[in-house]
Every structure is written in structure tokens, then in C-alpha cells.
Design a protein around this ligand. Sequence first.
Ligand SMILES: [Ca+2]
Length: 112
Amino acid sequence: MYPGPGQVVLFTEANFNVPCNPELRQFGVTCDHIMKDVGEYPTTAEVGLQNDPISSIRVGPCTHVEACSHDDFSEPCVSFDAPWEGRAIEALSSHNMNNRVTSVRIRGPMCW
Ligand SMILES: [Ca+2]
């Protein structure tokens, strides 16, 4: 699933759920994902994907996303700007944010 301008797709696994190991389902891993539009999602409930937190992100063209490890966009946060071709963050672990994101803010579309 690829996001359009002003959209972001959040994935519960690294590398955008590919490959998603079916054997992990017995442990409750569902390899889920969700598309979000421009807006503010200050809690895990509003972000979605409550059963398995975010491990990778696809950012739509000309879209800005800020992902924070506490509710209400409290630090620490990471933010990503996507150029016109979009941007893929294949592993939030390289940003020290794997399975830690609880609030997300999406802005755009506007190309920087
Ligand atoms: Ca995860």
C-alpha cells in the first residue's frame, strides 16, 4: 500500500511487512498496516495499530510526518520530510523509535 500526497502508511513490521512471517501469527503478530491522512493523532488509539506498534513508515509525496514516543507529541520525536517521490523509512529501529511511537502528526502536502 502506497500513500498519496498528504498521506502516510504505518506498518507494524520493519520493511513494510515484507516479508511477513506467517509463523509469527501464533504469537499474535498480524503484520498490520494503516493509512492516515493529514491530521493529528495524539494517542495510540487515534493512531490505530494498537496490538503491535509501528516499525516502518511510508511517507507520501510532499508530506511531513512527526512520530513521537509519548502521547500528545511529547519528546523524543523523529520527523521526516518526503520529496515529490515520497520517502520510505524501512526500519524505525535505525532512528531508535522501533515499537515506541504513540502519537503521530501529519502535515502537507507541500514540497520543501
Ligand atoms: Ca512493530
